[in-house]
Design a protein around this ligand. Sequence first.
Ligand SMILES: Nc1nc2c(ncn2[C@@H]2O[C@H](COP(=O)(O)OP(=O)(O)O)[C@@H](O)[C@H]2O)c(=O)[nH]1
Ligand SMILES: [Mg+2]
Length: 422
Amino acid sequence: MNQDTEKITHIYRIDRHPIQEMPESIQNRYLEGLACVCYDIADGDPAMGVLFAQWGHSIVGKNVSDKYRKQPIESIKKAISLNRIGFLFFRFKHEFYYDCYYLVESYNANLLPQLNIYLTENGKSMFTKAALAEKQNYFVGGSGEITISEEQKAHRQANLEFKKQRTSRVLVVATVSAGKSTMINALIGYNFNKVRATACTSRLCEIYNKPVNDGISYYTSSNLIYDHDINSHSSDETTKIGLHFKSSLGNTKICLIDTPGVNNSVDQRHWKTTTDAIAGGAYDMILYISNGQYNGTVDERKILEFIYKNSKCPIIFALNQLDRFKSSADDIGIMISDFTKELKSIGFKTPKVFPVSAQFAYLSRLDYLDEDEELELEQLKKRFSKDFYDLPKYIGGYAGDNIGRSGISHIEFEIKKLNQQY
Ligand SMILES: Nc1nc2c(ncn2[C@@H]2O[C@H](COP(=O)(O)OP(=O)(O)O)[C@@H](O)[C@H]2O)c(=O)[nH]1
Ligand SMILES: [Mg+2]
C-alpha cells in the first residue's frame, strides 16, 4: 500500500489562475494539452488524475470530467498556439509550461528530466522555445527567474515551504468517553470525528494539517481521493487524511494520531492497537485526555502506567469536561492538584496538566451549528463569562479570548512548540 503523505498535505486548487478569465473554448484547448502531458508522463496514474482534475477545476470552475484523459499528442501544440480574442492575440505558453512542470513535479519530481525531453520533442515551436527553456531552468536548473503570474508562483512556494517543514506527530490517547473525539474536532475545527458513546474502530487514524483551506485528501487503500467539501467526511472512511486545521495550529505541520479509546472491559483489540502505538514511539508527544468527572479509574491508571513505563516522549495531560462542574460545589484548582498527585504517584515527575473544556472549544469553532448545539454554545458562553471557568487561570495562564478560556489554546501552544524545537 503506497500512501504518500506529501500528497495528503498538498494544496491542489488555486484561487486565481490566468486561464480562468478566458472563453471556454480556450480553456478547453488549454486543459486538453495539459491532460495530454500529465497523463502521458504519469502513465495514466490516478494519483496524477487527482492533481490534474483539481487544477483543472480551478481553471474552469467545475468538475473536470474524464473526457480530458486521452488526448492526442497534437493537443499540446494546440494548447500553446495563438488565440484570438476580438482584436487581441494571446499565447499561453508561460502558463502552460509552468503548469506542466508544476503538476509533474508535484506528482513525482524524479520525472522532470523525462518531462524536459518529452516537451522538447512534442511541445515546442520556434515561438515557444525560449519560454520552455526558462521553465526548464526554473524547475530543474534551479534558476530563480521566471515569467509567470504571482498566483501560480505563490501556490508552488506554499507547497514547497510546507514540505520542507518537519512534521510533529502527536499521539492522542484516552479512555473511552473522555472526550478524545471532541478534542480532536476542536483542534482541527471540524466535526470530523463522530462523537459517540462507544469507541467503534480499533485502528489508528492519522490526521495531517494542510497549510491552507483546500478540501480534504485521503487514501482508501492505495487510492488517493480529494474532495473539496470537508464536512461530508468522517474518520471512519480512512486511516490517513489531510485537511486544514481551523485553529491556531493552522500554519504548523502536524499530524494528530487518533488511537482507539481504551476501556479494558470492552475490547482487547483497542488496548493492543493503542499500547502498540505508545510503545512503538513513532510520535513526538502524547496528548493524554482524562475525563474530569471520572479520572483515577482502574482503566485510566492501567493505561497511564503503561505510558509511564513505555514512552520516552513528552506528555501533556488534558483534564477535560471541566465545564460540567459548578462553582457552588466544586473546586477546579483542587481537581487539578488531585490529578497531578495521582500522576506523580504513578511516577511522572513534573506532569503538565491542562484544564480544558473540549466541548466549548469545539462548539466555538464550528461554522455550522444545529439548533441543539446553538443552544448549548449559548449556555457555555454564559458559563465561561464567569471567572470560575477561566480555565488557564488555574495553571497561571492567561486567556486572550473566549476560546482561550476553554483551555484549548494552551494545549495548542504546547503542540506548536514541538516544531520550534527542530
Ligand atoms: N460537557 C462536556 N462534554 C464533553 C466534553 N468533551 C466531550 N464531551 C461529551 O462526552 C461524550 C464523549 O465524548 P467523545 O468525544 O465521543 O469521547 P471519546 O470516546 O473519548 O472519543 C460526548 O457526549 C461528548 O459530547 C466537554 O469538554 N464538556
Ligand atoms: Mg471517540
